[in-house]
Ligand binder design. Structure first.
Ligand code: ZLS
Ligand code: CA
Ligand code: ZN
Length: 397
């Protein structure tokens, strides 16, 4: 019909290969790829697939991963199996495997798993590049700790770095924002020497009761990348360290204030938002008290800047709440409002029932599920914002 222009709203694309769901880190491991099954089922049950374009991307190739990662590391990843691994061998430890925590186990299909989630992030970045979509989503990615030659914190290949490198082929400046409860150290490190990527991470920082630092132990407010004036990356990392139990009002306030200032100053051509859902209340590993709508507010706020936007997953260790959050955030992207009562035809409905604070609903009250005492005072947060805004002055050159 002529006379009708492009429909209002954003074109949203969803990049997901269901084969990722079938990988297991081991029964006691907190990272559960089947949280992605729950997420997808919830999205389908609400009918959100009719409001976006669905893509089933192929796996990334060895060569595509080698754009960031060392070939020796990729060779190791490609060939290691639970049967042939030798925990005594030096390379095993050097590449980030084993150790006392065993955060990064070797499991069957490891190579397929990493190339599937990375392929989805690359495909999503590509659909922003070729203008097919304004917002591209990959909930299976967001593995922000992986280094170019080592696995770290459940992350083996850094799909975020790869996606940003791809975006940089046609964008002068990319802003990376990370609301996972952990510091996005791998992405920060990868781009520490360039002014074409700015990284901004909000995370828990500090010691626990036993005086162990919260993983990965980096990301204090004064860590802002190289400060050497001859380094182009000077001042292009910003870290917002937060304490246990932060609530919705505090988090959305600090997020708005700092992110708003960064976008105004850096004026990115594209934005990548890592939406780790371990910053929610009741997360098995996280320490914050956020509700789903406060987490989703971050997505709404970023969307309002109208820049090409890549949304990726990340952590999240209470699977039913990961699914709820990423379903809500998918709805935010397509401007849909969802009914609080879960669709009755939802497969796995049981997974969302029988909870203390909201069985059978999409938006349970998570604020008190684990009752982390709020250690963030008004004054501490004011100081962090003040310091963060001061750090931004480094961008003036
Ligand atoms: O950001 O805290 C750690 C490292 C240790 C070493 C010493 N041991 C005893 C404790 C842990 C310092 N690792 C963290 C990694 C968190 C990664 C977050 C990833 C992301 O969300 C992005 C996807 C950690 N926290 C909890 C665990 N590891 C952990 C808990 C339970 C288990 C089971 C499996 C493995 C070993 C037993 C494990 C790790
Ligand atoms: Ca973070
Ligand atoms: Zn995390």
């Amino acid at each position: 019909v002529y006379g009708i222009e492009k429909p209002q709203g954003y074109s949203v694309s969803f990049h997901y290969n269901p084969l990722v769901e079938y990988h297991h880190f081991g029964s006691s491991h907190p990272m559960k790829p089947w949280r992605l099954t729950l997420t997808k089922q919830l999205i389908l049950a609400y009918g959100l697939e009719y409001a976006m374009e669905l893509h089933e991307p192929r796996s990334a190739s060895f060569e595509e991963l080698a754009i960031f990662h060392d070939r020796e590391y990729l060779d190791f990843l490609k060939h290691i199996t639970p049967q042939n691994m030798d925990p005594e061998k030096e390379e095993y430890l050097n590449f980030g495997f084993g150790g006392e925590s065993n955060d990064c186990p070797v499991f069957d299909g490891l190579w397929d798993y990493v190339s599937l989630y990375s392929g989805a992030s690359l495909h999503a970045a590509n659909s922003l590049l070729n203008g097919q979509s304004d917002i591209a989503i990959n909930w299976s990615g967001g593995l922000h700790h992986a280094k170019k030659n080592a696995a770290s914190g459940f992350c083996y290949v850094n799909d975020i770095v790869l996606a940003i490198q791809h975006l940089l082929t046609q964008n002068q400046r990319v802003l990376y924002i990370d609301i996972d409860v952990h510091h996005g150290d791998g992405v920060e490190q990868a781009f520490e020497s360039t002014d074409r990527v700015m990284t901004l991470s909000y995370h828990k920082y500090g010691m626990d009761r036993n005086n162990y630092p919260f993983f990965p132990g980096t990301g204090n407010i004064n860590e802002m990348g190289p400060t050497d004036p001859s380094n182009r990356g000077k001042g292009h990392s910003l870290n917002i360290p937060l304490d246990d139990g932060i609530d919705d009002d505090q988090y959305t306030w600090i997020f708005k204030t700092v992110t708003g200032a960064v976008v105004a100053k850096y004026n990115p051509n594209a934005i990548v938002l890592q939406c780790g859902a371990d910053s929610l209340g009741g997360d098995r590993l996280g320490k914050f008290n956020l509700n789903i709508k406060a987490h989703g507010f971050c997505v709404e706020f970023i969307k309002s800047f109208n820049r090409p936007l890549l949304l990726i997953g990340g952590g999240g260790y209470t699977p039913r709440n990961v699914a709820r959050t990423w379903c809500h955030e998918t709805a935010v992207c397509v401007d849909a409002q969802l009914h609080n009562h879960l669709p009755t035809h939802l497969p796995y409905l049981q997974a969302f029932q029988g909870e203390e604070n909201g069985g059978g609903v999409l938006y349970p009250d998570l604020h008190n599920t684990k009752r982390h005492e709020n250690a963030n005072t008004r004054q501490k947060l004011d100081n962090i914002v003040k310091q963060a805004l001061e750090n931004l002055r480094y961008l003036d050159g």
